[in-house]
Design a protein around this ligand. Structure first.
Ligand SMILES: Nc1ncnc2c1ncn2[C@@H]1O[C@H](COP(=O)(O)OP(=O)(O)OP(=O)(O)O)[C@@H](O)[C@H]1O
Ligand SMILES: [Mg+2]
Length: 343
């Protein structure tokens, strides 16, 4: 059975890189290969330019923080953090000094003499982080380290982790299946599918210019229309989509044949019904939902395809507020909004 197939990944020194993908796509296995718990059947793993294949985990300049942090329950927080240094035979003074500094980094300086059970889940996870950081690895691997925490704490820890990474300047390789988490913390994201990297890019680029329909659908909300390119001229592709509508898309390439057109909901505006035309899709309102700061409108094209528009409250006029199920509308967007991808 294949665990990870043909993974090619170059990680920059000092960056925060996330491996993002759904369950079973090979994130943990990839991390374990970097850490040395797993050996690749072919290929190489270079850490700082030297081949690490065959080296056991403790001989690599790499530490791992797992989702289930196993702290030693009978040891103090300080001793937990200093444990790895003891293995390295540092003397007590130096061990404690480094452990205190690591605890300061994760804002747990005052808890040094407590036992793990006296700390909350989030604090224990920070201890696990301090325990890895104290070893001053070249690379820190984190496998869904916030998975066990509730939403609020997870959000706080995301900010904390990013701050700590910036402070210490260590390369972080962070595994998550949560796209929001990856977007908010990473310098770059590797979107993985079935053991391969589909796209490796900055969060903004992944969001604005997804390289495939898979990435487009995985990161953020995306309306997807099947289409066929009629012509491409002056950098604008004219595409026939469902229900006899036409999409005009500004594009750098020269797409042809069958394509998938992706349009982010926040790029779609809702106008009263009327003449259809390029980038004016005739539709019927299915639902209108108040989201607080924005209004979400789901409308159906003539062939039944549903398209979602998210209109910010500040930009919304009374027309959007008054929309009801069954109303005829036009969904409009600029020619820079559609993302044209190979079908
Ligand atoms: N030791 C193993 N032997 C054989 N197959 C394995 C082994 N470990 C994992 N796999 C398989 O390899 C694939 C990738 O697993 P992996 O644990 O890397 O996924 P993941 O992306 O971390 O998923 P999750 O988000 O659920 O943690 C899966 O199909 C899994 O069943
Ligand atoms: Mg995993």
């Amino acid at each position: 059975m294949t665990a990870v197939d043909d993974l090619d990944l170059r990680i920059h020194q000092g960056e925060f890189l996330s491996l993002l993908g759904s369950s079973g796509c090979g994130k943990t296995t990839s991390l374990r290969m970097i850490a040395g718990f797993e050996q690749p059947t072919s290929g190489e793993v270079l850490i700082g330019g030297t081949d690490a294949v065959g080296l056991p985990p403790y001989k690599r300049d790499v530490n791992t923080v797992f989702q289930h942090y196993a702290l030693f329950p009978h040891m103090s927080i300080l001793d937990n953090v200093a444990y790895g240094l003891k293995q390295r035979r540092l003397d007590k003074k130096e061990r404690h000094q480094k452990a205190h500094a690591a605890l300061e980094l994760v804002h747990l300086e005052g808890r040094a003499n407590r036992k793990p059970r006296e700390l909350s889940g989030g604090q224990q996870q920070r201890v696990a982080l301090a325990r890895a950081l104290v070893m001053e690895p070249r690379v820190l691997l984190l496998d869904e380290p916030l998975g066990a925490l509730d939403l609020k704490l997870r959000k706080d820890m995301q900010v904390e982790l990013k701050r700590i990474q910036r402070d210490v300047g260590i390369t972080f390789v962070y595994v998550t299946h949560d796209q929001g988490e990856a977007m908010s913390m990473s310098d770059r994201i590797a979107v993985m599918s079935e053991g391969r990297v589909e796209q490796l890019d900055a969060p903004e680029a992944i969001y604005d210019r997804p390289a495939s329909a898979f990435v487009a659908g995985f990161v953020g909300e995306m309306n997807v229309l099947d289409g066929a390119v009629r012509t491409t001229a002056d950098g604008v592709a004219t595409i026939d989509v469902a229900g006899g509508s036409t999409v005009a898309a500004r594009t750098t390439g020269a797409p042809a044949g069958k394509v998938v057109v992706g349009i982010r909901p926040e790029k779609v505006t809702v106008a009263p019904g009327g003449d259809a035309g390029p980038n004016r899709l005739a539709a019927t309102v299915v639902t209108r939902l108040q989201l607080g700061s924005s209004i979400q409108v789901v409308a159906q094209l003539t062939d039944g395809t549903e398209v979602t528009a998210v209109v910010p409250r500040t930009g919304a006029d009374a027309t959007v507020d008054a929309l009801a199920t069954g109303d005829r509308v036009c969904l409009t967007f600029a020619d820079t909004a559609p993302i044209v991808l190979a079908a």
